[in-house]
Write a protein that binds this ligand. Structure first.
Ligand SMILES: NC(=O)c1ccc[n+]([C@@H]2O[C@H](COP(=O)([O-])OP(=O)(O)OC[C@H]3O[C@@H](n4cnc5c(N)ncnc54)[C@H](O)[C@@H]3O)[C@@H](O)[C@H]2O)c1
Length: 248
């Protein structure tokens, strides 16, 4: 898979899985835009990529804000001259309020869905023209196995993301832009520990591969979906989950 001199935007890349994606992309020769709400994390990741000899640029971005998404792409164009790939990884996750539909505060729910379900849409809309100018591009949305579980608003946001991936595949195909999603199972990040705690280990009992995923387990799948080797794959949601979604 050849990614040399391609430019990628990775949202939510100031820590966790997104940090893993940004670093692997830089190692494979890509110019990486770290689009992240948390400036401290985003700047740290960019410094570490640069210290390792890679090319990266931090843009403070709120994916739930249309103007911020557009400004992110404008800054990516200024820094690197174009955009080829986008990974929509950002989400409210580690600090999310865990609640049910009967009790969740409606203002919180609307903000949560704006970021977790529609952030990928706002970023995609912002980047389409830039990708089309390059002759095409590829996008991967970070869904979750939670889309298929009774996981309240978090799962519903991911299920929405799956639907958006399929709908956008139809709209983007004629522009030579592919869009797919990956659905990771429980992956070893600080955010998962915060949300799931002990439950993260309990989930492993029902899984064929009895370990948490690592960001590196996901990165290769994402790279494949972005690559020219996947040029006839679009609208697909790929489970990368240690077999979690299989029925026992
Ligand atoms: N860790 C898991 O087990 C797991 C499993 C399946 C899917 N996921 C998904 O993977 C992604 C990363 O998860 P993680 O475990 O690394 O969590 P994380 O909390 O470390 O990563 C999320 C990142 O998004 C950023 N972010 C939050 N709101 C934002 C906004 N409005 N604009 C821009 N950035 C914003 C956060 O600052 C954070 O850096 C999320 O989409 C999560 O839902 C995680």
């Amino acid at each position: 898979m050849d990614f040399s001199d391609k430019t990628i935007i990775v949202t939510g890349a100031g820590g966790g899985i997104g940090e893993g994606y940004a670093k692997v992309a830089a190692e494979r020769g890509m110019q990486v835009v770290v689009a992240e709400l948390n400036a401290e994390g985003g700047e740290r990741v960019v410094s570490e990529i640069q210290a390792a000899g890679g090319r990266a640029h931090f843009v403070r971005t709120d994916v739930g804000d249309e103007a911020s998404a557009k400004a992110c792409v404008a800054e990516a164009l200024k820094a690197f001259g174009g955009v080829d790939y986008l990974i929509n990884n950002a989400a409210i996750f580690g600090d999310m309020r865990v609640d049910g539909y009967l009790t969740v505060d409606m203002d919180y729910l609307e903000h949560f869905m704006r970021v977790n379900a529609h952030g990928c849409l706002l970023m995609t809309r912002a980047v389409v023209d830039a990708m089309a100018q390059r002759g095409g591009g590829a996008i991967v949305n970070q869904s979750s196995t939670a889309a298929w579980m009774s996981s309240g608003p978090y799962g519903v946001a991911k299920l929405t993301m799956n639907g958006i991936t399929q709908s956008l595949a139809h709209e983007l195909g004629p522009k030579n832009i592919r869009i797919n999603a990956i659905a990771p199972g429980p992956t070893d990040t600080g955010a998962l520990q915060k949300v799931a705690g002990e439950y993260a280990q309990q989930m492993l009992h029902t899984m064929p591969i009895k370990r948490l995923g690592q960001p590196a387990d996901l990165a290769e799948a994402v790279l494949f979906l972005l690559s020219d080797e996947a040029s006839w794959i679009t609208g697909h949601v790929l489970n990368v989950d240690g077999g979690q979604l299989m029925r026992p």
